[in-house]
Design a protein around this ligand. Structure first.
Ligand SMILES: [Zn+2]
Ligand SMILES: [Zn+2]
Length: 672
């Protein structure tokens, strides 16, 4: 009887032993996916080894080792590199090997047709591609080529301000990698960002380029696997799941916008693409190139510590000049309840008169951001989440169809007429969202052509493409929107960017608040001044002296970094520690949440490595209730990676009471 060890896609420890039916003994090898019986189910697993002795086995009824049911991918077993990557991932993020392997054959949860964005989005990047390299670009490229020649793994951080021509460096190194007969992997934070780069890569490299992401159907994927195996396709572009594509001759892995939080997966296994890319590059002994205008504090620290080689592009390409930044103190500026300060108002008027374009960005959808009873102080909150409900209108002009919405669980209710407590009918709406901005613009500049873009507009993806065309064709003067308008909207006639709420993130109890703010201002501000017309960025804030704002305005990332790293060091936050967030949550057994959190803490104290970590909590999460679930947090600050792994591993043997769930998040990004 031939026995095999199988990793099952279940949150269980260890591997399981099965026997092979006689007829498939010769066709099977490690890496094959199989279906196996487990208790009363049939589940998926991957063969780890054959003829293993002494391994853990699941004894079915009558202590009989059970047989494998079916072999699934007899053509394409998982490569040895991906076997090693997923083994490492399971240890690093505290999941089972089988759960990590499932990342490889993951198929879309919702079967939907992917919508390629129209070709027009290409232009944004084309503008950044000069024919001649600047001296800085040449120097960066030379260092990359030397490392490629040496043929050993080396991580690089390409720190280049917006419009400094990072993309061109990516293109050239890909070209060198292909010349050596190797493959290139190009990662972007979100699926929607694949297409502009895809078109650009396609123009340079023709049909050798493929797009790989989690929304591809199994059929689309298998035809791509064919092309990769046969060598027809050697450049893949994708979001984080492309790390698990079957590339066996990787020469370079590029992570563009390496600071972007979308690289962190927020469902199990909760891995970070940057960390996985680093490990994948080690396995392949390939180049790793992380690129950003606003590097993550962790990556810049690694560069300072010489773990990464730093490549810097400080100059914008010759046709682009740096915009002028102004911070306006909202506390000192008379706004009379308007979302606009006089300075921003004036700047919009001047830009309109010059027949140039403006982008106004803020991170709040809806009309106003809260509804309040001034008589008794009652504020409307979501019953499921305890978050303040946001006041929405169907359109900026009509008042019928107004409602209150929860931005987390999407609960909606009609706008109330009176306060439930004191019955007062004089209700007050406060704060401002994108809808309110558009209404104000229409009132003050009736002839201006205004486009709004946020998740509330019908069909956001199509609307984004349409807004892009409208703006490019100069059929609109002002674009108002959320973060969506700060990615990919690069037009020469945009000479004003207004950031209406630069400091909202600073109020969040999150140690990355300053980093997020710096990134948001830099990214939004980077939309102005993408031509010889120059540009201006007006930032409204109630904390105009905060270092994140000041350094962003001076376009001085190193100055921001110096202050931020001191703050992180003084409070023992990453990169000086690694965090493990333990979240205990329950919908139906709320009374057990505190008790289970205490029990979990007690278990932490029994670990041998307890001198190497510090525990914050337990206590209610900043967002204590979401979607009717009560949530408590324990934050573990680990001094070493080894401790981080031990803590994550130990948590796998904690079984919460039924009705209570434990989420283990290693290197968390969402700590609210
Ligand atoms: Zn009231
Ligand atoms: Zn809610």
């Amino acid at each position: 009887m031939t026995l095999v060890e199988v990793a099952l896609n279940l949150p269980v420890k260890g591997l399981f032993t099965y026997s092979l039916p006689m007829n498939i003994v010769n066709v099977i090898s490690p890496g094959h996916s199989v279906l196996v019986p487990f208790r009363n189910f049939t589940i998926k697993g991957v063969i780890i080894s054959i003829n293993a002795e002494g391994s853990l086995s699941y004894q079915g009824e009558k202590n009989k080792i059970r047989e494998i049911t079916t072999v699934l991918n007899s053509e394409n077993p998982v490569s040895c590199q991906l076997m090693e990557l997923t083994r490492w991932l399971s240890e690093e993020y505290g999941c089972s090997w089988g759960e990590a392997l499932a990342l490889i054959y993951a198929s879309p949860k919702v079967k939907k047709k992917t919508m390629p964005l129209p070709e027009t989005l290409d232009r944004a990047i084309e503008l950044e591609a000069p024919l001649l390299l600047t001296p800085e670009q040449s120097e960066a490229l030379q260092k990359l080529e030397n490392s490629l020649e040496a043929g050993k793994m080396e991580p690089f951080l390409l720190f280049g301000i917006t419009s400094s021509g990072k993309t061109e460096v990516y293109m050239r190194i890909i070209q060198e990698v292909l010349k050596k007969g190797k493959q290139a992997l190009f990662l972007v934070p979100e699926i929607s960002l694949c297409y502009p780069f895809y078109s650009l890569l396609k123009k340079r490299f023709g049909g050798r380029v493929g797009v790989w992401h989690s929304q591809k159907t199994p059929r689309e994927k298998s035809s791509q696997i064919e092309m990769i195996k046969s060598g027809q396709m050697d450049i893949l572009i994708g979001a984080r799941s492309a790390l698990f594509a079957p590339m066996e001759r990787l020469g370079v892995i590029i992570l563009d916008e390496e600071h972007d939080h979308a690289y962190k997966q927020d469902e199990k296994p909760r891995y970070h693409a940057r960390k996985v890319a680093l490990r994948l590059a080690e396995i392949h002994q390939s180049l790793l190139l992380l690129g950003s205008a606003t590097p993550s504090v962790e990556s810049f620290y690694n560069a300072q510590e010489k773990r990464y080689t730093l490549l810097t592009l400080k100059e914008r390409v010759p046709t682009h000049c740096l915009p002028r930044f102004t911070v306006v103190d909202r506390k000192k500026s008379q706004t009379h309840g308007s979302p606009f300060t006089a300075q921003l108002f004036h700047a919009i008027r001047v830009t309109l008169n010059k027949r140039q374009q403006s982008i106004l960005a803020l991170n709040r959808r809806g009309f106003s951001t809260f509804l309040l009873c001034p008589n008794c102080g009652y504020v409307w909150k979501c019953a499921n989440c305890q978050l303040t409900l946001v006041h929405h209108r169907v359109s900026e002009i009509e008042t019928d169809g107004e409602n209150l919405q929860c931005h987390f669980c999407f609960e909606k209710k009609p706008l109330p007429k009176a306060c439930p407590d004191c019955k007062s009918e004089a209700l007050y709406t406060g704060g401002f969202g994108t809808q309110r901005i558009v209404q104000d613009l229409k009132k003050h500049f009736p002839r201006a052509r205004v486009v709004r873009l946020d998740r509330d507009v019908p069909k956001p993806k199509a609307a984004m493409a349409q807004a892009y065309e409208t703006f490019r064709d100069e059929a609109a003067d002002i674009l108002v929107g959320t973060q969506m308008v700060t990615q990919g909207f690069d037009f020469p006639r945009v000479t004003l960017v207004g950031i209406l709420d630069a400091d909202t993130a600073l109020y969040h109890p999150d140690f990355r608040a300053a980093e997020r703010t710096f990134q948001w201002i830099t990214q939004a501000g980077g939309r102005a001044g993408r031509s010889a017309l120059g540009g201006e960025v007006v930032i409204q804030s109630v904390m105009p002296d905060h270092y994140a704002l000041l350094t962003a305005c001076q376009n001085d990332y190193p100055a921001f970094y110096r202050q931020e790293i001191d703050f992180r060091r003084s409070l023992n936050y990453p990169p000086f520690t690694r965090l493990v967030l333990l979240r205990v949550q329950s919908k139906n057994k709320k009374e057990w949440v505190a008790q289970e959190s205490d029990r979990l803490c007690a278990q932490l104290q029994t670990l041998e490595c307890k001198a190497d970590f510090e525990v914050l909590g337990p206590g209610p999460a900043p967002k204590e209730q979401l979607n009717k679930e009560l949530r408590w947090h324990i934050l573990v600050k680990c001094r070493t990676s080894e401790t981080t792994r031990s803590v994550a591993l130990a948590m796998r043997s904690f079984i919460p009471k039924s009705g209570v769930k434990l989420v283990v998040d290693v290197d968390p990004y969402n700590i609210l």
